[in-house]
Design a protein around this ligand. Sequence first.
Ligand code: LMR
Length: 416
Amino acid sequence: MATSSLALHNVSCFSAEHVNAGTPRIQSSRAAGVFLSVKSSQSVPLNSFCGLKSVGACTSTNLHLEGDSLALLRSPPGGVRDLERMFTPGQARAAAYKVAVLGAAGGIGQPLSLLIKMSPLVSDLHLYDIANVKGVVADLSHCNTPAKVAAFTGAGELAAALKDVDVVVIPAGVPRKPGMTRDDLFNINAGIVRTLIEAVADNCPNAMINIISNPVNSTVPIAAEVLKAKGVYDPSKLFGVTTLDVVRANTFVAEKKNLRLIDVDVPVIGGHAGITILPLLSKTRPTVDFTPEEIEELTVRIQNAGTEVVEAKAGAGSATLSMAYAAARFAESCMRALDGDPDVYECAYVQSEVTELPFFATRVKLGKKGLEAIVSGDLTGLTDYEQNALEALKSELKGSIEKGVSFASNGATVAV
Ligand code: LMR
């Protein structure tokens, strides 16, 4: 019996006309923030999440989709042409990519590893931590999804964890406690990221690197400097994961405006801390009208959402589950792009020329070689509120970037 597999990707879809000079122009007529993909698993295996089912068990009738999602299947945003394209055999390979999670025993690392284990695109999942990660691996290895899970504990096993990996996801480090900013984590996490990236440079220099460890505004520049010093820096492979800001913006806007969650897509630009997180509510898809009060309230809530979780956890850490969810989505997007999906867009904090700052988060197009294009069009046509907020965030973001760069050029390594 022919089976089909279906996945909903809440990707950033847009009609961007402006991308960086030297990069291809991007045009997409998609109106909604949801990309619906349907693939026949008879000849083409599923290439994205399939709920809690094993790959072979994913059929159009047993997926965890209800009325609205199934209606989308019948009437996908891209129309029939998209469906035909998605059904075309030969576009996807299953279980093809090696992923390493560095900091896999931690609060983000464990649920993140579980979500990555659910991806049929993963052939090997390497879990690394300084803490013993064997138990997590034994536990995860019982899940009947294709990824083979292996444990790597301690600095002596870091190189083996990274050997020939395609995607490295780094949640390692310490989380915030109430009253702390992300920058307060710099002294510990900066050294951890530097040491991990040195190992990435030595063992999998071509991998797509997804950095979650805070302060992301500084740890990504640190990683860039380390990779440069090792002679292997490829700006199109280095990403600060800001997906959680988009996930939160989508959720809060949908709640506020009574919209279906899967329909909403809000680009979030800038960085990943406080006022450097700038949701572009005027560019929300579908088009939504906000009062000035709603814009202020939503913007501040999105900027402080991490702190909201830190305070609710009252000393027990910061967001772990939603961060794992968001980071798994980004890792999955990287793998879909590596796999040849031509339609992968996410917001991410990357080396960029869209502003005078050397790193900036915008929507980006991902492709087989990593970052394919930056959607600079998001920075045109901003409202006065957004333009002012953009100018206001620049000095903080600049300081965080410079702090990272100067840290990377001196200092000792730490045990990770
Ligand atoms: C988040 O946004 O939840 C994370 O960056 C963790 C934090 O410290 O807020």
